[in-house]
Write a protein of this length. Structure first.
Length: 193
């Protein structure tokens, strides 16, 4: 069972969505991703998080546990949304957190995000079969003013998608770091409009 690794909610066990539609981020991958952020250096204190393909919400909850101010968690799968609600309820029993859960399909779902809100940290952990969609979402986030200047995106993906990303035209998003672990990989990109 996944858990929150560090910060205020350290050790909190997280519910995972039932079924095979989602793939929760393993604790060791989550720790590696947050270590990559720390090594930038990137300060999580007070940041606003947008978590696309949130699954059970583990990445957003980890960020909130480590000092993020707020999070919007987005998924379209009903089992994922139910798991997110259970996990947020458990976290709120420990401490008040500002978090919004939205059921959206992409890319048209941007219209339902909170108006005028920008995000400093964007997580993307899509099904690996949708390898082009995260870049499309990041480009749309930039075009619609959803990504703050100097926002950081964390894109979890397959190693094959990582190789494609390194060759792709990323517009205002600059690849900072990438790393692969077996069948999983992550890339960190900075918004530089």
């Amino acid at each position: 069972m996944p858990r929150v690794i560090a910060g205020f909610f350290k050790g909190l066990r997280l519910a995972s969505p039932a079924g095979l539609n989602t793939r929760p981020t393993a604790d060791r991958i989550k720790e590696a991703v947050f270590s990559m952020l720390t090594s930038l250096p990137y300060d999580l204190e007070g940041v606003k998080v947008l978590d696309f393909f949130a699954g059970g919400g583990g990445l957003a909850l980890e960020a909130l546990s480590r000092g993020a101010a707020s999070a919007v968690l987005v998924d379209r799968d009903m089992a994922a949304l139910a798991a997110i609600e259970r996990n947020l309820a458990a976290a709120r029993r420990c401490r008040s957190v500002e978090a919004t859960v939205l059921q959206l399909s992409w890319p048209g779902g941007f219209k339902r995000l909170p108006a005028g809100r920008t995000f400093d940290l964007i997580f993307l952990d899509p099904p690996y079969a949708q390898s082009a969609l995260p870049l499309e979402l990041l480009l749309t986030a930039s075009a619609r003013g959803v990504a703050a200047e100097a926002a950081v995106a964390v894109w979890e993906q397959s190693p094959a998608s990582l190789a494609e990303l390194e060759r792709a035209e990323t517009g205002p998003w600059r690849l900072l770091k990438s790393r692969a672990w077996g069948r999983r990989a992550a890339a960190l990109l900075r918004h530089d409009p």
